[in-house]
Design a protein around this ligand. Structure first.
Ligand SMILES: [Zn+2]
Length: 354
């Protein structure tokens, strides 16, 4: 153990379990006064206290002696859903985010990730508008015209790590974390339908490309970018020719792999339908209940991220790690490892690429 005891990581472990200091005091038999001082770095733990706290939290004590700096939630999560997400749930999300980043950082030590595609930074003011920037990205990557089939694949080839997480209770679609010396990590809520995951991923890619610093218009710009990346005006216009109906939107959904709602927005945005047509179609969408849930028979297949799965596979197959070896290397319990990652025999399917 090279680093000192980290009060911040004690807090992260406690928040990962959605416990207050009082809750942890009850479960560990360590007084809340001591826990508070430990988290604030005012005292160092005795071995007895460490063991009690580690056991109560189901974190190996090594976890508290890592020198990782704790990361806060990105701005977009901070205020986007402020009203609907409680403090405890937000703290748990922050804890999960930090634990995941620590895992990814350690897993990356064994591999060299070399992006195949360039991921340029394009300022909105200098490059016109998000629509044009989406076009530039497609051209930079040489994406064939028409629908993008495997968006996760493109984004991962550009050097980002896409991570599926369970944010169901949190009403968070996704967010991006940028940390020096690490690839961009884009976290997606895996409980969303596939079309919404794709749109969210395109939206996050928009932030990565356009927003080095938060800007007032960033959410609208990222949505426009996502819409233009997935449905370029020049490619999709002819699909909207003739009379656009709900049935037509349903037919287009599996082709373009975006929601009927996203298609309808796009049709309006590129001027393929009038205000009146748009209003009428939205009414129809509402009447059918499609504004809440689109027809389940049109659900798309989820695109699975492969980079993290491949790095885990490499640890197990090429480097000969067992699950308990990996838990030790990541300073994690095996339970957390299974919850957080696609492990062989775990809850997730490990997909081997190549
Ligand atoms: Zn956003």
């Amino acid at each position: 153990m090279s680093a000192d005891f980290s009060g911040d990581l004690l807090r992260i472990a406690r928040q990962a379990r959605e416990w207050s200091q009082t809750g942890l005091a009850r479960h560990s038999g360590v007084s809340q006064a001591n826990l508070s001082k430990l988290e604030n770095g005012l005292i160092s733990p005795t071995e007895n206290v460490l063991n009690r706290v580690g056991a109560a939290l189901n974190f190996p004590v090594d976890f508290f002696f890592q020198n990782d700096r704790v990361t806060g939630l990105p701005m977009s999560v901070q205020y986007r859903k402020r009203a609907s997400v409680g403090k405890k749930a937000k703290e748990r999300l922050e804890a999960e985010l930090n634990v995941r980043i620590m895992h990814i950082r350690r897993l990356l030590r064994a591999v060299e990730l070399e992006p195949e595609l360039r991921l340029p930074q394009l300022d909105v003011e200098e490059n016109g508008n998000p629509e044009r920037i989406a076009n530039l990205i497609r051209r930079t990557w040489l994406v064939p015209s028409g629908p993008i089939r495997d968006l996760v694949g493109w984004v991962e080839r550009a050097g980002c790590i896409v991570v599926h997480c369970d944010f169901a209770a949190l009403k968070v679609d996704g967010f991006t974390v940028t940390i020096p010396d690490m690839p961009r990590c884009i976290f997606l809520n895996r409980s969303m339908p596939a079309d919404r995951q794709r749109f969210t991923l395109a939206h996050e890619l928009g932030h990565v490309v356009m927003h080095q610093v938060p800007a007032p218009e960033m959410e609208a710009e990222a949505n426009t970018f996502a819409s233009a990346l997935l449905m370029p005006a020049q490619d999709i216009r002819r699909y909207f020719s003739g009379r656009l109906t709900i049935q037509r939107l349903a037919t287009l959904k599996p082709i373009w792999r975006v929601s009927m709602a996203a298609l309808l927005y796009r049709a309006k945005r590129i001027g393929a339908i009038t205000d009146n047509q748009s209003r009428y179609l939205w009414q129809q969408m509402g009447a059918q209940g499609y504004r809440r849930t689109e027809p389940p028979e049109l659900d798309l297949k989820v695109e699975m991220p492969t980079v993290l799965a491949e790095i885990l596979r490499l640890h197990f197959e090429d480097l000969g790690y067992s699950i308990s070896d990996l838990a030790r290397a990541l300073c994690s319990s095996e339970d957390d490892l299974r919850t957080l990652h696609p492990l062989p025999g775990g809850a997730h399917r490990l997909r081997v690429v190549k």
